[in-house]
Every structure is written in C-alpha cells, then in structure tokens.
Design a protein around this ligand. Structure first.
Ligand code: MG
Ligand code: MG
Length: 262
C-alpha cells in the first residue's frame, strides 16, 4: 500500500530528516584513524537520544546497534565492533531515527585519512548516482527511471550494482512500499506521486555485483573482496520536484566529502 503524506506528516518528516543529517554529520566527522566502530555507534546513539528521537535500527529485526558500519568490502548492514579504523579505509555509515512517529534514513561512505584514487572514484560515482536518481524524483516519473539513472551513472566505470538490497518507501514505518531497486530491469513502472516519501540508496561495488552475508547474519560483503560504497537520502516527492529531507549540508559532511569530490 502506497502512503501519501499530508502536509502535517511532511513537516514532521522534515524535522526527522534534519535530525538525521545532524547526527550523521557528527558521526562522519568523528570517523578518523584510531576510532572504533563501537565508538561511532555510541556517539550516534547519544546524539539521537539528546535530540529527543529514537534510534531506528536498534531492535529492528534483532539488530542491536544505532548505526550500521560497513568497512571496505562490506556493502551494508555492518555490525559495529571494537575494530579500529585506519588510514585508507572507507566506511559506510547508515543511520536512521524515529521522531514523533516518523522515520528518517540516510547513509554516507566516508574516507579515513588518505585513500587511494580508485576508492575516491567509486565513492564519487556512487554519490553521483544517488543524485542522478534524486533529480528524477518528480510526479509522473517511474521507478524504472530512477533505476536507469543509477545504472547510467555507474556504467562507464563497469562497477557492480548490488541487486539484493534496494531503496524503499518510508514514513511511519522504516520500510514501506514501494521497493526501489537500483537498476532498471528490477524496477516497476510505478509512477511517483506528490506526497510520497522514499529512500534511494545505491550500493555500488568496484568489482562484481555479487554479495554474501557473513556469519554474523548481518554484514553483507562483496564476494570478490572489492570495495563497496553506499549513499542514501530520504526524499519527499512534491509538485515542485524532489525535496531531500536528509540533505548533507552540515559542516561535518563538507570536511569528509571535500576529500572525494574534486
Ligand atoms: Mg539506511
Ligand atoms: Mg534505507
């Protein structure tokens, strides 16, 4: 069932989205060599509670953390641990919260210290593919249009597009209809309507598109061990076009993105 949000609901989701961006920005800025994944998770949880919100992922299908932390060949759903970040790592930070009954969800992949040029290129292309899809978030465009935009952006690099995990509607549930695949053939012809709120989240691998889930039953990794990147926004479809509710305009993002966007 597709849910169209009222003006009142969109107002709450705007606040939820802004809080997501603020917390994720602080966590992204804190992700440095020598910091552990557990420390980032604890920071995210403290900031969430301070904001009067609830961590969205904690307790979701038994997940025990506020943040997903996916390092290097990890694609998504990485479980925070005592692992220490080091120079050259890239780490996906996926974060959501619930505020006044509504969810916001966003993810960024950030560089730890200096990273190889090929890693920066993967991150930039993945981020660009997200914004290419966002640009098409207008009433009348279809989910196939969004998938095609992601595919078209990453195709020149011969990257692998992860198919097992997809974007989703969002609102009073973290995951609502519709599912939003990152490739055209997997997507339906469903047309976007004003008042829909969706998450687009391309997961792009430097090598094969194939992924497997580790024995922790959460962490998805590339089967060939190649790097993977993941970016996500919560977006409202409006008559005036896309409104990115989780926009990365906080200063912490600028510090980390400046190192991958030339
Ligand atoms: Mg997410
Ligand atoms: Mg999501």
């Amino acid at each position: 069932m597709l849910k169209i949000k009222s003006k009142r609901e969109l107002d709450i989701m705007r606040t939820a989205g802004r809080l997501v961006a603020q917390v994720l920005s602080a966590v992204a800025e804190a992700a440095k060599p020598g910091v552990t994944l557990d420390e980032l998770d604890q920071l995210a949880e403290r900031l969430t509670l301070d904001a009067g919100a609830r961590p969205a992922f904690k307790g979701y299908m038994g997940f025990r953390h506020t943040l997903c932390t996916s390092v290097n060949e990890a694609v998504v759903h990485g479980v925070p641990s005592a692992r220490t970040l080091k120079n050259g790592d890239i780490v996906g930070l996926d974060y959501g919260l619930q505020y006044q009954g509504y969810y916001g969800d966003s993810a960024v992949t950030v560089p730890i210290g200096p990273i190889p040029a090929h890693a920066a290129q993967l991150m930039k292309a993945t981020r660009d593919s997200l914004y290419a899809a966002i640009e098409l978030c207008r009433p009348g465009n279809s989910l196939k249009d969004l998938g095609r935009a992601v595919e078209g952006t990453v195709k020149p690099f011969k990257y692998g597009i992860v198919k097992e995990f997809v974007g989703h509607g969002i609102g009073q549930s973290l995951h609502e209809d519709p599912q939003i695949p990152n490739y055209e053939a997997g997507a339906t012809n469903l047309k976007l309507k004003a008042g829909m709120t969706i998450c687009i989240e391309p997961m792009i691998n430097a090598g094969t598109s194939q992924v497997k889930v580790l024995e922790d039953r959460w962490t998805a990794v590339t089967v060939d061990g190649a790097l993977s990147a993941h970016y996500e926004h919560t977006i409202a479809i409006t008559d005036n076009g896309p409104e990115v509710l989780t926009e990365w305009d906080e200063p912490g993002f600028k510090k980390v993105f400046d190192r991958i966007l030339h």
